[in-house]
Design a protein around this ligand. Sequence first.
Ligand code: HEC
Length: 271
Amino acid sequence: MQRPSRRPTDLLAAASLTLAALMFAGNALAQPADTQPPLAHVQIDVHDVQAVRTGALVFMNQCLACHSLQGERFEGLAKLTGLSQQEVARTLKISSRSMLDTIETPMPAALAKSYFGVTPPDLTYEIHLRGADWLYTYFKSFYVDPGRPSGANNVVFHNVAMPNVFAAMQGLQQPVTQEGFRQGQRMPIAVGVKPLTRGSLSPDQFDAVARDLVTFIEHVGEPHQFERHAIGRWVLVITALWTILMYIVYRLYWRDVVRPQGPRWWSYLKR
Ligand code: HEC
């Protein structure tokens, strides 16, 4: 009778089978995925100078108190908004600082941390981190939550530390909840908002403000996109010309290396 083999490969196979079985069991026991509230879609147009201007104005008035844009200078706002430096200084009321300064919040980071528990992040590259739809939904979905220190919460950013700075413009909102999962627990999850009080703007006007803010933040994160598009066209033209040139060189080189069999291609044109 043959003894069962005890080769190392058998042990390896047994070990990987056990591991696979364990992983399968682990998967089956894994907690259900968190419920993701739906995002509202926003169509932004970075060529819309008026939208960028409104976004910049709202940012300087409502957000700069806590958030910086360290990747941009006040001077750069002139380029983004198509205004002269004097107009930027006047409309955005930044005459007390140098136009060459980077856009930084006057709020000291340590103070902000003691207020909110976290330092409000720099928003220069926020558009790359979150995307336009997320930002638009975030701005529109603050709701009243008496359980939070600031009295506000957000549908797409659960337990956000940012206070609802849009309350005056938008009015207050209450959550629309639905049964869902958070960290494996079954619980009511806010998936949307409905109005509670009226703000100074109509819903359409507020949507436009939210869109303009996203447009501005997108432009700050990608300030060179117009130049890139303009240069890109020329790069394609040069690449095409280069390809033609290289093809001619290739034909010239090989003309003397391999003599073509049969008639050359241009002889067909002469017929
Ligand atoms: C009173 C201070 C304050 C003001 C004013 C403020 N924010 Fe915030 N914001 C915060 C804090 C604090 C956080 C961090 C939230 C967290 O991590 O829980 C935050 C977070 C954010 C985020 C999410 C960052 C991330 O994690 O991806 C965005 C986007 C944002 N703020 C945009 C704005 C805009 C736009 C304005 C102006 C309309 C604004 N904030 C005004 C304090 C503020």
